[in-house]
Design a binder for this molecule. Structure first.
Ligand code: H2U
Ligand code: ZN
Length: 345
């Protein structure tokens, strides 16, 4: 296989293909130029609806919190099930069914200005523990079958506020992306009697060419099938199904690798690097998922500078995703960056 010529690669987790066109990486750009995010935020912003003590837009007041802070989303996309709610599905050509759930917002710390690389490790660990506790709490409800923890970072990714925060949406049904990945991981497990991501991680570790950062508990790499220019897949080194299963050592390892990833991202263009990230874990529907392996996806939009992003349009929207920069080149660039955050040098 000549990886210098246009080729297709398959995503083992969802079965989808991506077109890779390495010969095209130096195309000129006369298109949209993005704004860079503000560099120096205040530690406290009186106008921020996430800062301690402030009023949120619907009138609730944040407590003077000192660690992580969790609240029910005031504009939740999902509502609790109605006691008399119907479980039925419409049929024929108009298929619909009821969906219920719970949406919460999780602030990382009272500080309006600090993201993971600038927070002490113990405080990042507290965020990981909060994600695990929220997952366990929401996953234990009988009407919840899946818990999606995610973070939108930066205005470019639709984050409504620079105050470091994440969200958790717990749903009655398993959403599309994890459902597809579960099916593929399950099928691999039944065919090979082994876990897909355990095997994939072993293969990546022996190749080394797509590795970005690692510690004893987690490995961050640009997956062979990455769609976004600097996409990262974060994999638990030990087979683990979900966030609540993390041992104290894995919790520390996860906190450490989260800081390493964001540090490398921010150092790439010396800017607060935007992304959407989230964890995929086993569902909470009472079934066993022996092939499901805890991992996180990072989908960052930036391509060649702090102001030029990749657009998923045209052939990508109508046909299939396409990339110019190879995953191997992206991984090498991230790997070769200074491991110390540019703001802390
Ligand atoms: P994002 O920045 O990722 O959009 O998350 C912010 C969430 O906070 C968003 O889902 C909620 C929005 O509904 N929110 C509140 O719950 N209360 C507010 O006062 C403003 C925003
Ligand atoms: Zn704030």
């Amino acid at each position: 296989m000549n990886y210098d010529r246009p080729h297709r690669r398959q995503n083992l987790l969802n079965g989808q293909w991506v077109l890779v066109s390495p010969h095209r990486a130096r195309r000129p750009w006369l298109g949209q130029v993005e704004k860079t995010p503000p560099e120096n935020l205040p530690a406290y912003d009186p106008a921020c609806y996430l800062c301690p003590g402030n009023k949120r837009s619907e009138g609730a007041q944040n407590p003077p919190y000192t660690g992580t802070f969790v609240f029910d989303n005031d504009f939740a996309a999902l509502l609790l099930p109605e006691p008399s709610g119907s479980k039925e599905r419409t049929g024929g050509l108009f298929i619909a069914e009821e969906e219920s759930g719970i949406c919460r917002v999780i602030c990382f710390s009272p500080r309006h200005d600090l993201s993971f690389p600038e927070m002490p490790l113990a405080e990042v660990e507290a965020v990981v523990r909060t994600w695990s506790e929220q997952t366990a709490d929401l996953g234990s409800r009988d009407f919840i079958h899946y818990v999606q923890v995610f973070e939108n970072k930066g205005a470019m990714m639709g984050a409504s506020n620079p105050h470091p925060h994440s969200q958790v949406w717990a749903t009655g049904h398993i959403p599309n992306e994890p459902a597809l990945e579960l099916e593929r991981q399950d099928a691999y497990y039944h065919e090979h009697g082994a876990c897909l991501l355990c095997d994939y991680l072993a293969a990546e570790l022996s190749s080394g060419e797509r590795l970005v950062a690692a510690n004893e508990e987690f490995t961050a790499l640009v997956p062979f099938w990455a769609i976004w220019p600097f996409e990262v897949l974060l994999i638990a080194n030990r087979h683990t199904a979900s966030l609540p299963e993390l041992t104290p050592k894995q919790t520390t390892g996860l906190a450490d690798i989260l800081r390493q990833i964001v540090t490398r991202y921010d150092n790439l263009f010396e800017v607060s690097f935007p992304y959407s990230m989230g964890f995929h874990q086993a569902p909470f529907d009472g079934s066993a998922y022996p092939g499901q392996h805890l991992h996180a996806h990072y989908y960052p939009p930036l391509l060649r500078s702090a102001t030029v992003r990749k657009f998923m349009v045209g052939f990508e929207l109508l046909g299939m995703p396409q990339r110019d920069l190879t995953p191997e080149t992206a991984a090498r660039r991230l790997r070769e960056l200074d491991p110390v955050h540019y703001k802390l040098r």
